[in-house]
Design a protein around this ligand. Structure first.
Ligand code: AMP
Length: 594
């Protein structure tokens, strides 16, 4: 079947991407030239490249000059500039055009929210990426023109710095932008909820309204989406609790007293105020059936016209896949694209690829990308700085990356970041024409380390997956997890916090704990455990709802639910206090002896 969706523009954007992928290396050099043409006179660049005139320089000469003069940098190097922008300084510090908006990165991967410059280029590339991804999806999963998306999206509060700069998460700026509306018009797919719902600032009220409106418009819903998969899970977990109230609202054309924000009440009631007892009865009977089956296949049952579920499901979202599959039944899960507050990076050109295997084709016009080759340190003991487990080579341009090699991504953006280390580790798994396809591996920062041991988020995820397989055999489910390296005591040890659903015998949890301890394969960890310079792994089971409290803590501090990622390791005292307060059982591993 031919996709009904915006056929002409679909082909246009795909052929545009095929073209720039074919010439990815040239396009990258042009991208760098364009960034430098726009911003060569800014304070940050002048410090490194002075008054060099690169106008007549060949592309490759410009590329080598740029990478030899401008050093690799981290967020800390840009912080003083970004602070001056936040304070209201209008001089060209990192971009020629003054920056009037700053984005707040989620801070849930790094533990600390960061200010990142946001310009009209950011919204434009977001629009371009979403259109491109939609075009690739519609080739495989055609959707109806004019249909709806049940999209669980949330804006955070925007505020002004003392210098008058608007601050909010990147997703918040995007939802408030014209590009968000243009995307809906051009892809001919419209979200179910009005703007007032997305920007209510109260995630519980927003979730309720998204679900209510999604059900009200159920027969028009073509797919279910969110930025990160976590929001879909948290929405349906809430739905299990309050579905009856939603049915009442549909039946009577009323709105629950849960919804207290006047503008949200008005906007939602404008849509649903005609009572619809027939629909309420339909939803009610399906929910009764679903409840008996522990909500297996909830999505296709309630939204029979939905073609797929679309969201970021890789990286720290991978642990939610089991639950997402449970809700999605046999609907395909389409893994959404790869980017960061700093820049979009890659698009999923194979929408039918399962999330565990998905890769992202780099879009060479979005930023100028470099790749730092990362190799595992051969000498485990020499590399005992415990900062990192990788030996770095010199950064290479996109044209020189190799299949099978892992890299850290470096960005030079249109928004004023120059040779900025993103901190993500990716692996090149192939090419789309001549642009690399990347697998997201993990954040580079080690998360668990006591002495010579080195474990990344990915290592922890693999270990937790092994432990939770045992849990699943006893028909229980891991809701969420995090960890902490307890170094205050001697010997130090790892603590893994689990929230579980279902009843589990203590001996099963003891086995999970032992299995996880034995599954850390890092040589430093194994040696340290054998010599007891790292103590037995501790598994703490927390009370139901603890991870919701953690999420609420982040949101209360300005994070947006749309960008929320449960931190997989924490040293944050507030979080540790919550986790320890709600711990109801503790187990110590016997994997390396009693
Ligand atoms: P933020 O700082 O909130 O903008 O989050 C950006 C980070 O989220 C990236 O640097 C990645 O670590 C992670 N991320 C974004 N997209 C993906 C994806 N498709 N798969 C895995 N991780 C992702």
């Amino acid at each position: 079947m031919e996709p009904a969706m915006y056929k002409g523009s679909c082909c246009d954007i795909i052929s545009w991407f095929e073209d720039i992928s074919e010439n990815a290396s040239c396009v990258q050099m042009q991208t760098l030239r364009r960034i430098l043409q726009l911003n060569f006179a800014v304070e940050y660049l002048k410090k490194w490249i002075g008054e060099v005139n690169f106008e007549d320089m060949e592309d490759s000469a410009l590329e080598s000059l740029y990478t030899s003069l401008v050093p690799l940098a981290s967020h800390a190097d840009f912080e003083p500039y970004v602070q001056r922008i936040a304070d209201g300084e209008k001089a060209p510090l990192i971009t020629q055009e003054p920056i009037s908006t700053l984005s707040l990165s989620s801070g849930t991967t790094d533990g600390r929210q960061k200010y990142v410059p946001f310009t009209c280029h950011s919204s434009k590339t977001t629009l371009q990426l979403f259109k491109l991804a939609a075009a690739y999806r519609s080739r495989i999963y055609p959707i109806k023109e004019g249909g709806r998306i049940l999209e669980f999206i949330y804006s955070s509060k925007q505020f002004k710095t003392k210098g008058g700069i608007t601050v909010g998460t990147a997703t918040t700026h995007y939802y408030a932008s014209e590009e968000f509306k243009i995307k809906q018009r051009q892809t001919k797919s419209y979200i179910c909820s009005p703007e007032e719902v997305i920007s209510s600032g109260d995630y519980k009220q927003t979730t309720y309204c998204h679900l209510l409106l999604g059900l009200y418009l159920y027969d028009q819903v073509e797919f279910i989406a969110s930025t990160f998969a976590f929001s879909i899970i948290q929405s349906f977990v809430s739905f299990e609790e309050f579905w009856e109230e939603i049915c009442n609202d549909i039946r009577d054309g009323t709105l629950s007293s849960k919804i207290t924000i006047p503008s949200v009440r008005k906007a939602v009631l404008d849509i649903i105020s005609v009572p619809n007892p027939c629909l309420a009865k339909r939803v009610q009977s399906k929910c009764v059936e679903l409840e008996e089956k522990d909500w297996l296949g909830l999505i296709p049952k309630l939204w029979p016209n939905a073609k797929y579920v679309y969201s970021i499901m890789t990286g720290s979202m991978q642990p939610y896949l089991t639950k997402l599959r449970h809700y999605a039944g046999d609907l395909p899960l389409v893994s959404a694209d790869y980017g960061s507050t700093e820049s979009w990076i890659g698009v999923n050109v194979d929408p039918c690829c399962p999330p565990e295997k998905v890769s992202f084709a780099v879009v060479p016009t979005f930023s100028y990308f470099e790749f730092i080759p990362l190799n595992r340190s051969e000498n485990e003991v020499i590399g005992n700085s415990a900062i990192d487990d990788f030996v770095e080579d010199d950064p290479v341009p996109l044209s020189q990356v190799k299949i099978g090699q892992q890299y850290e991504i470096v960005l030079t953006t249109f928004t004023g970041l120059y040779r900025y280390r993103l901190g993500d580790v990716v692996e090149v798994v192939g090419f789309h024409r001549n642009t690399p396809k990347l697998n997201f591996i993990c954040r580079r920062k080690l998360i668990l380390t006591v002495n010579i041991d080195k474990n990344t988020e990915n290592d922890l995820q693999l270990v937790v997956e092994k432990g939770s397989q045992i849990l699943r055999k006893s028909r229980a489910e891991l809701v969420d997890f995090t960890s902490h390296a307890e170094v205050g005591k001697n010997p130090g040890h790892y603590i893994i916090y689990w929230e579980i659903k279902g009843e589990v015998e203590e001996r099963v949890l003891e086995e999970c704990c032992r299995e996880m301890d034995a599954s850390f394969v890092d040589h430093g960890y194994v040696v340290s455990r054998r010599t007891n310079s790292i103590g037995p792994l501790e598994l703490c089971i927390v009370e139901k709802g603890t991870f919701k409290k953690i999420m609420e803590n982040f949101i209360a501090n300005g994070a947006a639910l749309s960008q929320f990622k449960t931190p997989r390791c924490t040293t944050n005292q507030v979080l540790l206090t919550i986790l320890n307060f709600w711990t109801i059982k503790r187990f110590r591993s016997t994997a390396y002896g009693p």
